[in-house]
Design a protein around this ligand. Structure first.
Ligand code: SF4
Length: 434
């Protein structure tokens, strides 16, 4: 049964170090609004430059990927859909034979592909096509020229950021083993825009942390090694399965808030600095100037955002760190912060920094949350594409959460852009009112 307790609105500043760490979370069972995990291909195919994502799905899957990614006219695409048609569904064709033939043709034509992901979809799961078996058969045939892995990007009861988690989790077992006597290394985990990753690498290097690698790497031939001397720092809050797989390889997670805004970035870097024994004075010397720049860039948006109330619908799994940023750095009130899944351990740093009393919910029933939204009348709703238009029709200003995944928002130099993403809908509205 759903918990129907009315939700108060949080406006208090966070109590230092406590915030919402142990706060109760409203959990509902009912209709959830979710979006397809294939979406992750859009940003991951740009990140791993020699990878190819072959979706095994339907024409709907092909249309989703094509329309979300845009048509690449001059470049060779690095994703495609092998369409399961009526003959396959009727059992008139052997889907495994057809898939082998599609993969053989693709790899013969594209020698630049070094890593091939077979990506499962709703249709491949409905017909119970075993893509794990297919990937291992094809890997035996094509490795070492091409590594073949599989993961599910199915939109059945998943959120769209789970696609990245599933892809990275599939990579972890094939990461080389770090020797037992290897020097301690730091692994940044989660797909970041190259420009953001370069900024983080530079700051960490300036602190004296030299052995830093990233997962995913930019090329599949540069897979980072992993072992008991690996400490890893999650750059995205939706990497539950990847973190579990890294733990199984003996790596150790460094607990930290996520690097959104000045506060999140400073605390994220500080966690790495402390784990690697960087002196506080060195840390301050390296971060002081970019942190001050980030605060100034964020402050430019205070006149528009301060004092406004925001409500998050569950979608990207970035909701808790974003709410922490909006409340603490832009003075926004939090009407409700809903997330599809709340991983208390991974989000502990952000929860502790949230204002006490923030109404939190996990996987809320969409209809019940819409009722709460209409009652609360927040100034801004952050939600998925499907809810944005109906809410705008009710004169509720919205922000598409998917934009936050496609835009570089992590780190000091992007903090102002992140604030601007939330200020922009108000500018749009005032222009419409003129
Ligand atoms: S995987 Fe499922 S939700 Fe995603 S496009 Fe294909 S059919 Fe639709």
């Amino acid at each position: 049964m759903n918990d129907m307790t009315p939700i108060p609105v949080a406006t208090a500043r966070p109590a230092a170090g406590i915030g919402c760490l142990d706060a109760p979370v409203r959990k509902e069972r009912g209709q959830h609004a979710v979006f397809c995990g294939l979406t992750g291909i859009i940003w991951m195919h740009r990140k791993i430059q020699d990878a190819f994502f072959l979706v095994v799905g339907s024409r709907t899957c092909a249309h989703l990927i094509q329309s979300a990614a845009g048509v690449m006219i001059f470049a060779e695409p690095r994703f495609a859909t092998a369409i399961i048609d009526e003959r396959d569904l009727a059992g008139l064709a052997d889907v495994h034979d057809e898939l082998d033939s599609v993969v053989a043709k693709l790899l013969a034509r594209r020698p630049d592909i070094k890593l091939l992901f077979l990506v499962g979809s709703c249709p491949s799961e409905v017909i119970k096509l075993d893509l794990g078996k297919a990937a291992s058969r094809l890997d035996k045939r094509f490795f070492p020229r091409v590594r073949v892995l599989n993961y599910s990007g199915s939109g059945i009861e998943t959120t769209f950021t789970q696609g990245e988690d599933a892809a990275l989790a599939a990579l972890v077992p094939v990461l080389p083993a770090a020797p037992a006597d290897a020097v301690a290394s730091l692994l940044i985990v989660g797909a970041l825009a190259d420009v953001v990753e370069d900024q983080f690498l530079r700051l960490l290097n300036e602190m004296g942390i030299a052995n830093v690698k990233a997962l995913p790497p930019r090329r599949s031939t540069e897979l980072p090694d992993v072992g008991p001397n690996t400490r890893y720092l999650l750059a995205q809050p939706f990497l539950t399965e990847t973190a579990r797989a890294l733990d199984e390889r003996g790596a150790e997670r460094i607990a930290a808030p996520f690097p959104l805004g000045e506060q999140g970035t400073t605390e994220w870097l500080r966690a790495a600095a402390e784990a690697f024994g960087v002196a506080p004075a060195v840390f301050e010397a390296v971060t002081a100037a970019p942190a001050a720049r980030a605060s100034r860039a964020v402050a430019r948006h205070l006149p528009v955002l301060s004092g406004k109330r925001v409500m998050f619908f569950p979608d990207s799994q970035l909701e808790i760190p974003l709410a922490r940023f909006l409340a603490n750095e832009l003075g926004m009130g939090l009407a409700e912060v809903a997330t599809p899944y709340l991983h208390r351990a991974h989000l502990a740093g952000d929860l502790a920094l949230l204002p006490a009393g923030t109404p939190l919910s996990e996987g809320p029933d969409v209809d019940l949350q819409l009722d709460r939204c209409r009652a609360a009348r927040p100034d801004l709703v952050v939600c998925g594409l499907g809810l944005a238009n109906p809410l705008e029709a009710e004169n509720i200003t919205t922000k598409w959460s998917i934009e936050l995944v496609f835009t570089p928002i992590q780190g000091y130099e992007q903090a102002g852009d992140l604030a601007e993403l939330f200020a922009r809908p108000f500018g749009r509205q005032s222009r419409l009112e003129v």
